[in-house]
Design a protein around this ligand. Structure first.
Ligand SMILES: Nc1ncnc2c1ncn2[C@@H]1O[C@H](COP(=O)(O)OP(=O)(O)OP(=O)(O)O)[C@@H](O)[C@H]1O
Length: 233
């Protein structure tokens, strides 16, 4: 589903965030992306989500080179990707309900259907009673969960999550990971950037390891990752 071929990303100002990254993620896989702060995890996710373009190499999504995609095709591809951002990216002047409904409104879904699906998604993340509140009235963890509901509402075949458990307590983190596993079992491809090595280890899934912009390891499912070998923690 995703293939990186010799991908490099240099930001204006000269920061080399990624260099010569190669990996692929098959349809239906769930993998973690880990590495130290500044290793390039968010950049890698942003390249897949078409929020950045590579400086070199090719990012392939569903067999298409996304770096070469015509502007008019971008909205279609973006709708196929649910993104959970580290900083939530909620609209603070819109109610929780409207924040979650946004992808469906853009897709032209009927109001009745939007209402049903938004309520179901908010229920899933335990926030149904907050639907009429505004994001600044919620805790960091609750805002994160609104972002999760918004990412999954359009039933995207690919889900990208950037530190989704960063603001959550251990119980909520475990619940969220279980939810990602459930979505994955339903066929959703999932890539999760995370520092939470304990949780990653417990789940025993594939782990991609970035260090200083290079992909230094790709550990298959079930192999226990200690995090010590490359000093990534
Ligand atoms: N928009 C940007 N402009 C310039 N430099 C950037 C930009 N975004 C990220 N960088 C730089 O690129 C490098 C990789 O950053 P990135 O956010 O991808 O790392 P990360 O592994 O996600 O880190 P963290 O775990 O702290 O979120 C860092 O040196 C960062 O300062």
């Amino acid at each position: 589903m995703i293939r990186f071929e010799h991908v490099a990303k240099r930001y204006p100002g000269g920061i080399q965030a990624l260099s010569d990254v190669n990996f692929s993620l098959e349809k239906g896989e769930l993998a973690f992306l880990t590495g130290h702060s500044g290793a390039g995890k968010s950049t890698l996710l942003r390249l897949i989500a078409l929020l950045e373009r590579p400086s070199r190499g090719q990012v392939m999504f569903d067999g298409r080179n996304v770096g070469k995609l015509a502007r008019r095709h971008i909205p279609y591809l973006r709708r196929r990707i649910g993104v959970i951002f580290q900083d939530h990216r909620l609209l603070s002047d819109k109610k929780v309900f409207d924040n979650v409904a946004l992808p469906l409104m853009i897709a032209g879904v009927s109001y009745g259907e939007i209402k049903r699906r938004v309520r179901a998604a908010l229920d899933k993340v335990g926030l149904l009673e907050k639907e009429n509140m505004y994001p600044p009235m919620l805790s960091g963890g609750q805002q994160q969960r609104v972002g999760i509901a918004r990412a999954i509402i359009g039933k995207p075949p690919l889900l990208l999550a950037d530190e989704p458990t960063g603001n959550l307590d251990p119980e909520m983190s475990a619940e969220l990971m279980n939810y990602f596993l459930q979505l994955n079992e339903l066929g959703v491809t999932v890539l999760i950037a995370s520092h939470d090595l304990e949780l990653i280890r417990q789940l025993g899934r594939r782990v991609l390891v970035l260090k200083d912009g290079e992909m230094i390891d790709d550990l298959p499912s079930r192999q226990i990752y200690t995090g010590d070998a490359h000093g990534t923690v």
